[in-house]
Design a protein around this ligand. Structure first.
Ligand SMILES: NC(=O)c1ccc[n+]([C@@H]2O[C@H](COP(=O)([O-])OP(=O)(O)OC[C@H]3O[C@@H](n4cnc5c(N)ncnc54)[C@H](OP(=O)(O)O)[C@@H]3O)[C@@H](O)[C@H]2O)c1
Length: 284
């Protein structure tokens, strides 16, 4: 008999694809919305926030998703005021949300069409796998993999119907090889790379682009949240989020489906081509 109260038991209803009666509360700007929007997860910080700023400067209407409501609201107000575009935000925990499946219908009712989906939200946890809490790993898989899958399933059909759209998945150079002490994180990013490349191939000639961007180290709150101790001198050499975003958008324009971006990724590109996996893992 299964203990339904155990945290190890998975919910029998997958709320990522099955709706609950609760409606997502999508904070709306005062303007009428009729244009194509970019939906960005992880927009409250780091690379996602940089995506929001760079796309806003190009006058792209936005939907910002993250957990931190105050930061999303402040960013939405800043971008509306500065760029004169419609920016909406939705504070939601993508690792646990029951409201996600209602999002496309809710947006449709508001006249909003999502033609760019940026799956950026993600986190890692540093430590021995035997010591990292199962709940933390599970949340990581839910956010880094399951939310990417769910949002793709929810928004891809309308993109395909219009033969217009782009999906950008933020993976990591960590997804190319096992990373002891960031074991689950690296495995989640391997999923994102493989999933994106498979999808990109399936969607060729159908009007929807898929790009997987793989940054090396970037100066954001990622390291602190992961519990990674970074030498301040190393940190200075990390890429800034805006550069990552600009290079990613260049790659999208060039119709690439995979791009490795960042200051210290030269050795990664070289090692990926030349070193066997068994040797690579010893160097990480
Ligand atoms: N920084 C790096 O060195 C690096 C390198 C390669 C790849 N990446 C990838 O880049 C992506 C963005 O990371 P970052 O570096 O920009 O880190 P970050 O500054 O920590 O930003 C992470 C973003 O994800 C959001 N998020 C976290 N948990 C969430 C949840 N359960 N539901 C909804 N949103 C959630 C956060 O929202 P709140 O702040 O509201 O919680 C935040 O907006 C991640 O996928 C990461 O794996 C980062």
């Amino acid at each position: 008999m299964t203990d339904q109260n155990s945290s190890l038991v998975q919910p029998t209803i997958d709320y990522a694809i099955q709706a609950t009666p609760e409606q997502p509360k999508l904070a709306a700007a005062p303007k009428e919305a009729k244009k194509d929007y970019a939906l960005i997860t992880g927009a409250s910080s780091g690379i996602g926030e940089a995506f929001a700023k760079v796309l806003a400067a190009k006058k792209k209407p936005l939907i910002l998703i993250g957990k931190n409501e105050a930061k999303l609201k402040a960013l939405a107000e800043e971008l509306r005021a500065r760029e004169g575009i419609d920016v909406r935000f939705l504070p939601i925990d993508l690792a646990r949300s029951k409201e996600l499946p209602l999002l496309p219908g809710k947006l449709q009712n508001m006249g909003i069409i999502v033609d760019v989906l940026i799956n950026d939200a993600g986190f890692g946890k540093f430590g021995q796998e035997s010591e990292i809490r199962y709940e933390d790993d599970l949340n990581m898989v839910n956010l880094n993999c399951r939310a990417v899958l769910a949002l793709t399933k929810l928004f891809l059909p309308s993109m395909l119907a219009r033969r217009k759209g782009a999906i950008i998945n933020v993976a990591s150079t960590a997804g190319f090889f096992p990373w002891p002490t960031m074991t689950t994180y690296a495995a989640t990013k391997a999923f994102v790379i493989s999933y994106s490349q498979g999808l990109a191939e399936e969607l060729k000639g159908k009007g929807v682009k898929v790009l997987c961007t793989c940054p090396g180290p970037v100066a954001t709150s990622f390291q602190e949240r992961a519990g990674l101790k970074v030498d301040p001198n190393d940190y200075k050499r990390y890429s800034d989020p805006q550069t990552i975003v600009e290079k990613t958008l260049d790659a999208l324009r060039s119709n690439k489906n995979l791009v490795i971006v960042g200051n210290s990724t030269g050795w990664t590109k070289w090692a990926l081509k030349l070193l066997p996996r068994s040797l690579f893992i010893k160097l990480v």
